[in-house]
Ligand binder design. Structure first.
Ligand SMILES: [Zn+2]
Length: 243
């Protein structure tokens, strides 16, 4: 059945001479693969739609395998995200996390709306701090949706809610002053508080006037958490220090 879906292109690869296979994060069906006829030919109407970061409507023949598309309509090309190296480091980092961690055909409207809102914000801002915080926010929400969220309501070992002393990557959450050991992290109390806030906040109430040291500590924490629990580090993350 042919249907119109809304999606964000997160990955594209050449297919035959003039077409592309694109991975699209869609509102309706989650992450799906689409054969896009003409997507690799600059004179084709689908050429612009095939570019990663494009947000568009696609008329597709949906299947549980590879869907196919012959026509679509651009909603937002996100030009600034495509041409700005510092911006697309973060966007490609998030796209890679989506591609590698979300199962195909699993619709997650919350994450779809969130990535789209983040793309709009990063497209329109030059505030790097804001970009970094929104990226951390998405990463924490993604951990929640794939079922490996850190424990931030109590000590992971004993359940104590009062005497939180630090965060332990391998144990997967906060540890109290009785359970902390030499493998636990040495994050500042301000960073632990901000981590707790970020995890529980809504996107619209995010605060961006945060000390750079806190952002750096949380970047380290989240990167190590993904590496330890999901065995993953994105290709884009090696450029974080350049931004
Ligand atoms: Zn404890």
């Amino acid at each position: 059945m042919v249907e119109t879906i809304e999606g964000i292109v997160i990955k594209a690869s050449d297919y035959q001479e003039k077409s592309k296979i694109i991975q699209v994060f869609t509102k309706e069906h989650g992450l799906i693969g689409i054969y896009l006829k003409g997507g690799n030919h600059y004179k084709s109407k689908t050429f612009a739609l095939a570019q990663p970061i494009s947000h568009a409507f696609f008329n597709i023949l949906y299947t549980k395998g590879l869907s196919s598309c012959f026509v679509g309509e651009m909603i937002h090309s996100f030009r600034s995200l495509k041409i700005d190296f510092h911006k697309n480091i973060y966007i490609y980092h998030l796209f890679e996390l989506i591609y590698k961690n979300i199962e195909q055909h699993q619709s997650i409207p919350y994450l779809y709306d969130l990535i789209l809102n983040i793309m709009k914000e990063i497209n329109d801002t030059d505030n790097t701090k804001k970009t970094k915080i929104m990226t951390l926010f998405f990463e924490l929400k993604l951990l929640y949706f794939i079922g490996v969220a850190p424990i931030l309501s109590h000590c992971v070992e004993c359940g104590d809610q009062e005497n939180i002393a630090n965060f332990d990557i391998s144990k997967g959450g906060f540890v109290c002053n009785q359970c902390i050991d030499d493998k636990s992290g040495h994050y500042s109390i301000e960073s632990l508080k901000f981590l707790y806030q970020l995890f529980h906040q809504e996107f619209t109430s995010l605060q961006y006037e945060i000390d750079e040291k806190i952002i750096t500590e949380l970047r380290d924490l989240v990167t190590n958490y993904y590496a330890y629990h999901l065995n993953m580090k994105t290709n884009s993350s090696k450029y974080f220090d350049c931004s």
